[in-house]
Ligand binder design. Sequence first.
Ligand code: ADP
Ligand code: MG
Length: 290
Amino acid sequence: ATPMAVIAGTGRAAELGILVRDADALQRASSIDTLVFDKTGTLTKGIPEVVAIETWQGASEQQVLGWAAALEKGSSHPLAQAILRRAEGMTLPQVNSFRQAGGLGVSGNIAGHSLMLGNEDFLLQADIAIDDVADQLRTQAEGGATPVILAADGEVIALFALRDPLRNESQPALARLHQQGYQLIMLTGDNAVTAAAVALEAGIDRVIAGVRPEGKAVAIRELQQQGHQVAMIGDGINDAPALAQAELGIAIGGGSDIAVESAGMTLMRPHPGCVVDALALSRATLRNMQ
Ligand code: ADP
Ligand code: MG
């Protein structure tokens, strides 16, 4: 039978806006020492904005934006949505042979040109040299923006810098969790330089960046093999296997349904401060059982 303390804890959790799907989760949560946060949509608002566009090879801003937006029409990634918002009102050209590479970018043909739009790894895999734009890439990333590169017929023609601001509550919530002795880790598919800048602003101890979608659960398993008890906090489809792998998965409500189904708890408000409440509640629940 479910102990009274767990029933009471589950009820109290609901009052705090925390849905406990798995009663065992409340008990498991009390031995956690490491908190792993997804970056995009969890620590950040998940609504990036295009903050800079640079062009090369004589391309105009209008042209590269039109091409990039046309490619991103086929993607539901938050970065894609940001580029589409920036191009609102423009007539977009037709794309042929569209392809999406998870955690890398999108590609396709427009007006006879072969286009690729994505991160450094995506272009390097296609043997496209990015040396000429390396300085601009680094500058944008060091400022906490995510650089997205557009190449046409094997040459870089534009760089889009996208900034996704931290949620207002992230920094104070992480400060409290840090004070309580938790190791705080950020896990992201974004590049290491951008991730480090965001981590510094948020107050994260350690960054695991450049993680492909299928790598998030592996990263959690490695921490567990090192002897850590891990809670994973995330919102995306990408996060679902990692949420299931962790001792405790905490999904951010309003994110993907698959994330919610994979997690032991769901925060009804997209507020990292609720993680503080969830962990405090689970410790209290365990105390009440002893
Ligand atoms: P996360 O959800 O942690 O941002 P993803 O695995 O979704 O990680 O994406 C990792 C990186 O891949 C992004 O930061 C971006 O550089 C690149 N990327 C993925 N999808 C797209 C896209 N549709 N357009 C441009 N870049 C993309
Ligand atoms: Mg996310």
